[in-house]
Design a protein around this ligand. Structure first.
Ligand code: HSE
Length: 399
């Protein structure tokens, strides 16, 4: 089996290393050797073991009939979409870690693969090295999925952990995540929540079998979280995590990405550093959790290569994936319900007590003239309307 890798960045070089280092065990599992024939990248890598395989023009790969499997790890939509579609149309299976591509074009690419009895596989697009997609597709099949929620971005979880535990600044934490190869090329994708948004769109599409448009998902990142918020969370024995969540309620599916103050007994509370965790709740199964390295070169590459092995073992057999092009219309954000942690100036305390139905107030030793409280459960719409009535210092959804 001959493989072409599109992209020699963090994940691409990891895939190259995993296939070479683990070739013996991979051959045993597939029943035939897997060989990298080409690696596509615009750059040169003098002295790197990739040199003999390096090509700069996709046509070299497209025109070579020996290529069985294409690994797309370039990221982004252009030109990845064109290359992947062409490969599938030519009867080659494709394995990708590209969540942007899968979230935007997953249904179409799955359909092309199905029609040609080949495979479009994307295990590494969600949760880095965690085998969650395979489990959703092939194991959680007897249930109606009631909820999928989790920590789906390693960079932000790493940053929040370091800020809380080591007291480092937001910028220092981001630079550290970038140095470790966790962050996206444009870190706004991580810190603004877009990456987690695409991942929950993929999981929700798989859970409900229809196309979720990621632009329909309300998404808030971690950029407004301050060290004061972290101190309040500590005082309440809670953690602030960027939570991506979708759930079914009264025949509708709702989805959101936002920071949330979660309880200590929530299984996501101890998920720290670059680790991700995904909880799936089925109506028969109850809750199952998937936990592991959510980003990083080798864990992500390991997930990509597990797809290469699957594709090699199913050369002209399509592995069914239930994800149709029919759009899944999400329930309105306004109707979603939550409690909210809110900080206002102490001078506005009376007004806040008038406007909000307060569940409890929160005292902090050095509160700096603030009044902080947690609301009772209310709709997003009611909360937004209430906030128009007084200046809010910060607010965070509260489990
Ligand atoms: N930037 C992503 C993260 C990489 O931090 O989770 C893995 O998708």
């Amino acid at each position: 089996m001959k493989v072409a890798i599109l992209g020699y960045g963090t994940v691409g070089s990891g895939v190259f290393d995993v296939i070479r280092q683990n070739h013996a065990v991979i051959e045993k599992r597939v029943g035939a050797p897997i060989e990298v024939k080409y690696v596509l990248d615009l750059r040169d890598f003098p002295g790197d073991p990739v040199e003999p395989y390096l090509v700069h023009d996709y046509r070299t790969i497209a025109d070579d009939p020996e290529i069985d499997i294409v690994v797309e790890v370039m990221g982004g939509i252009k030109p990845a979409y064109d290359f992947v579609k062409e490969a599938l149309l030519a009867g080659r299976s494709v394995c990708t870690s590209n969540k942007e591509l899968v979230a935007a074009h997953g249904a179409e690419l799955i359909e092309i693969a199905r029609e040609r009895n080949i495979n479009f596989l994307f295990e590494a697009s969600v949760g880095g090295g965690i085998p969650v997609i395979r489990q959703l597709m092939r194991s959680v099949t007897a249930d109606e999925v009631e909820e999928v929620s989790g920590i789906l971005n390693g960079t932000t979880n790493y940053m929040m952990t370091r800020m809380r535990e080591d007291g480092i600044s937001f910028d220092e934490a981001l630079a550290d995540a970038q140095a470790n190869g966790f962050a996206e090329r444009n870190p706004a994708a991580d810190i603004e929540g877009f990456d987690a948004c695409r991942k929950i769109a993929i999981l929700t599409s798989l859970a409900y079998g229809q196309q979720v448009d990621y632009t329909d998902i309300f998404t808030e990142g971690i950029t407004k979280i301050t060290s004061e918020d972290v101190s309040y969370a500590k005082a309440m024995k809670r953690g602030i995590k960027l939570i991506a969540r979708s759930y079914a309620k009264d025949g509708k599916v709702y989805a959101m990405v936002s920071p949330m103050m979660i309880r200590k007994k929530n299984p996501l509370y101890p998920v720290n550093g670059v680790f991700n965790a995904i909880m799936v709740r089925g109506n028969m199964l109850g809750e199952v959790m998937f936990y592991g390295m959510g980003a990083g070169k080798l864990p992500t590459a390991s997930a990509v290569v597990s797809d290469v092995i699957d594709a090699a073992k199913h050369r002209f057999v399509n592995i069914p994936i239930l994800w149709s092009r029919e759009k899944l219309t999400l329930g309105a954000k306004d109707d979603m319900e939550c409690r909210f942690f809110v900080r206002v100036a102490a001078a506005d305390a009376d007004k806040a007590k008038e406007i909000f139905d307060i569940h409890k107030t929160v005292e902090l030793a050095d509160a700096n003239g603030e009044f902080a409280f947690v609301t009772k459960t209310m709709t997003e719409k009611a909360f937004a309307e209430a906030c128009e009535g007084l200046p809010i210092i910060s607010s965070i959804r509260y489990e």
